[in-house]
Ligand binder design. Structure first.
Ligand code: BJW
Length: 229
């Protein structure tokens, strides 16, 4: 019999114990910044330097040697390496901790902090240390055309077709460290729950906890290795 097909969704909670803040916890990013100021296309059009500064600071934090993949990222990379069947890790996180841990079958549906996108040619390139409203695209040389390669509210998340196909065929859906507050990711469990097993691993019950067959609550560095091994 073929091994079960697995889709795993992760959110900011999986990177919390690596030292990165979540969004909606009391000490989270949205407690210090207004979404309308930093995470919409309108904010970027209005005050590009402010938005670039917000992402420059988070990019700099990611380069801090103290910020490293934790036991949860490592366990998922281990699962990816040894799982003989279909597996897709879909992360909402823009950090690169899954990549650094070694996960390969990975989609960053909300983009990547370490990359920039050109508004002119749409090329995606490594972000320079600091992006400014004057930064030049390395692909088309257009000046002032680079934006953070992240998905803001009102924008279409990335690779939705591939994610949709994986969800359609999956036998097990696991959601880790996400509040279930942001769509379309928050809706994945509803898409699969009538034909796949569903499991939530989160510090506390999420908004959609009741939709899962099983929910285990605690820190990701304990729950995820225990699930994988
Ligand atoms: C731990 C832990 C530990 C802590 N261990 N756990 C009304 C209804 C439905 C939809 C909408 C609506 N009105 C507007 C919308 C659409 C909107 C939306 O969902 N809004 C909601 C707020 C209602 N969505 C969009 O605009 C999206 N695009 C879209 O919908 O396009 C149209 C479309 C239509 C049809 C199909 C497909 C598309 C785009 C959303 C973009 C989100 N962008 C951000 C910013 C990215 C860049 C950046 O990083 O700055 O993405 S917002 C932010 O939230 C970020 C995250 O990826 C995302 C999700 O947050 P996450 O990861 O869940 O973090 P938290 O903080 O919320 O939760 C952390 C959890 O971890 C908590 O539960 C903790 O308890 C737990 N935790 N420590 C385990 N140690």
């Amino acid at each position: 019999m073929a091994p079960p097909k697995i889709v795993i969704l992760t959110g900011a909670g999986i990177s919390r114990e690596s030292g990165l803040h979540t969004f909606r916890d009391p000490d989270g990013i949205w407690a210090r910044h207004r979404i309308e100021d930093v995470a919409t296309p309108e904010a970027f059009a209005r005050t590009p330097a402010l938005v670039q500064g917000f992402y420059n600071a988070r990019r700099a934090q990611l380069r801090d040697p103290a910020i490293r993949p934790n036991a949860a990222h490592e366990a998922l990379a281990e699962l990816d390496a040894r799982w003989p069947g279909e597996l897709l890790l879909v992360t909402q996180n823009v950090d690169d901790l899954h990549d650094r841990a070694g996960s390969r079958r990975l989609i960053h549906m909300h983009g990547e902090l370490a990359k920039a996108r050109c508004l002119r040619c749409e090329g995606v390139s490594p972000a320079p240390g600091d992006l400014t409203p004057a930064s030049t695209c390395p692909d088309c040389d257009a000046a002032g055309s680079l934006r953070p390669h992240v998905v803001w509210f009102g924008e279409m998340p990335l690779e939705m077709e591939r994610i949709g196909q994986a969800l359609e065929g999956c036998d097990l859906f696991v959601s880790i460290g996400t509040s279930g507050a942001v769509y379309p990711a928050a809706g994945f469990v509803r898409e699969v729950r009538h034909r796949a097993d569903t499991l939530e691993l989160n510090l506390e019950p999420s908004e959609g906890s009741h939709l899962f067959d099983e929910a285990r609550h605690g820190p990701a560095t304990q729950l995820v290795p225990a699930f994988v091994r």
